[in-house]
Design a protein around this ligand. Structure first.
Ligand code: SAH
Length: 222
């Protein structure tokens, strides 16, 4: 990642970044910290150079390994739902690190993000990217997110960026009292973005909107 690439595209894309932020505001994103994170996070550095010119369009894009970087609106929506429920010094668990864009957006507003990705080569590339971007309050590991990350539990909030046919019980178990789990739930082609809240040990559910994510799979891929 050289500085020319960093500055060149960053400079020329200032206007397109503003356009993206304005679009998110029109779509109902309200939190200043989320909008600011979208404006300042170099999304073009999370995708292949050949697609970098599309980085500030509000679309999902391929990142290799049959996976995608989520649409900025959905990243903003999920981040807003998490931050609305999280304390200032929140510790977050993320399932589905992918290219690390959602991770980076969250990391700016919380104390620490633990993030799990099942595809090892994708994760190693992302680990390097997060290091180069000097994002230090993130720990990543290769593993099966269905199991959560019990060593650091319980978490203030949990975010899953792949679609589950059913909510993995381990994630609800590893959620703190008062915390929320934001997760797409449904079949391959369409899912609902759900928000589960743990109150007095009971789980309540809310539907945020219709979404389409890549599936939550089992096991790891080396
Ligand atoms: N968060 C990314 C989106 C990544 S796509 C972004 O910011 O754009 C979802 C990711 O979830 C993929 O990389 C996929 O490999 C991963 N995934 C799917 N099932 C998983 C599991 N059981 N555990 C961990 N990661 C998983």
């Amino acid at each position: 990642m050289n500085s020319i690439r960093h500055e060149g595209i960053g400079m020329t894309s200032l206007r397109t970044r503003e356009r993206l932020v304005n679009r998110l505001i029109e779509q109902g994103i309200q939190r200043i910290d989320v909008l600011e994170a979208i404006r300042t996070t170099p999304r073009h550095l999370f995708i292949d150079e050949a697609l970098a010119h599309r980085a500030y369009e509000d679309v999902a894009l391929p990142i290799g390994f049959n996976q995608t970087i989520s649409q900025p609106y959905i990243v903003a929506r999920m981040t807003e739902a998490i931050l609305n429920a999280a304390p200032d010094d929140a510790v977050i668990l993320e399932i589905g690190t992918g290219c690390g864009y959602q991770t980076a957006i969250l990391a700016g507003s919380v104390k620490h993000v633990y993030s799990i990705e099942r595809i090892r080569p994708l994760l190693e590339r992302t680990r390097k990217r997060l290091r180069e971007l000097k994002i230090r309050n993130v720990s990543v590991k290769c593993g099966d997110g269905n199991l959560g990350w019990p060593q650091h539990a319980p978490y203030d909030c949990i975010i899953t960026t792949c679609a589950a046919s059913e909510v993995p019980p381990a994630l609800l178990e590893q959620l703190k009292e008062g915390g929320v789990l934001v997760i797409p739930v449904g079949g391959r082609d369409q899912q609902e973005l759900k928000l589960y809240r743990k109150t007095d040990g009971e789980i309540s559910a809310e539907t945020l909107e219709a979404v389409r994510f890549v599936p939550l799979l089992g096991g790891v891929e080396n």
